[in-house]
Design a protein around this ligand. Structure first.
Ligand SMILES: [Zn+2]
Length: 295
């Protein structure tokens, strides 16, 4: 009798790998820049949390051929410093999503107790494509880094460090699905039943769906970004589609697929790297979602 089902094993395997990999290995090549007024202790907590989390991913690749991640940490009092720093780092094509009059920073309302961030990728003045990440640590921010957030965002750093040019036919669940799966599993929060609940809340008919129904839905969300992101379905459904991928492919194979998306379409990558055409993959993922809703 099997005590653990395959999907439970794949989640457990990720957790065990995490504890194994954070023992040693290199960190991402983050380049941290601290403003003069940022709370040094809080900045250091963030830096250490992300450095440690990055060790999960670094065994998959070396730093040659990866993109730089420039990470600026500052306080809510640093508007002028931030403005000058963005211009220095990003040059003529900079965007400035900090509104001084409303104190909206990206999508986040700044205050002394807030922790807010945004990022963008751009070809830097030196000609290299880079990720620029900006975070405000409020001068009265008291909390510690949240494990789910750290592991979720670390997946995005992994994704971006290896590929900043994704094809237009990439399913919209791909990016947030991977981040949600690993963020939830490694942090031990928002487990499989929570993710399933979020799907049912967003798609109430889904517990009665068969593979054909899910296949239609997967095609719908492939072609309609609004449908795909409604109620953050790209996170919840995407996390189970990544569970499917990890039940069928190794992390090395999926890493190879991710790198290949630099120059190939999703259709080409599924066929050439994952050895399955995109339609067949959709059919298997539809069947997996039926089984998920029966758990
Ligand atoms: Zn995300």
């Amino acid at each position: 009798m099997a005590l653990l089902k395959d999907w439970e094993k794949v989640r457990l395997k990720v957790v065990l790998q995490y504890f194994d990999r954070i023992q040693d290995g290199r960190y991402f090549d983050f380049e941290f820049i601290l403003s003069p007024t940022v709370n040094k202790e809080k900045a250091e907590e963030t830096i250490q949390a992300y450095r440690e989390a990055s060790r999960y991913w670094n065994w998959l690749f070396d730093s040659s051929g990866t993109y730089s991640i420039i990470w600026v940490l500052m306080s809510e009092k640093d508007y002028d410093w931030w403005y000058a720093k963005v211009t220095e780092l990003q040059g003529n094509n900079s965007i400035y999503p900090w509104d001084k009059s409303t104190n909206i920073f990206g999508h986040c309302q700044l205050s002394p107790s807030a922790f807010c961030g945004y990022g963008n990728t751009q070809i830097a003045p030196d000609g290299n494509r880079k990720l620029f990440q900006y975070n405000v640590i409020g001068s009265n921010f008291q909390s510690k880094p949240v494990a789910n957030t750290v592991h979720h965002e670390s997946v995005h750093f992994y994704q971006l460090a290896n590929n900043m040019t994704l094809p237009s036919d990439l399913p919209c669940w791909y990016i947030e699905g991977q981040a949600s799966f690993y963020g939830n599993v490694i942090s031990g929060t928002n487990d499989s039943s929570f993710e399933k609940y979020r799907i049912i809340r967003s798609v109430p008919a889904s517990p009665d769906w068969n593979s054909e129904d899910w296949l239609k839905f997967l095609k719908l969300i492939q072609n309609d970004r609004n449908e795909c992101t409604k109620d953050s379905r790209n996170y919840s459904i995407g996390s189970f589609l990544w569970e499917y991928l990890l039940l069928n492919y190794s992390e090395e194979e999926l890493h190879k697929a991710h790198i290949s998306l630099k120059t190939k379409t999703w259709k080409e990558v599924t066929l050439e790297v994952l050895n399955k055409d995109a339609d067949a993959l959709n059919q298997e993922m539809a069947a997996h979602l039926v089984s998920v809703l029966k758990r």
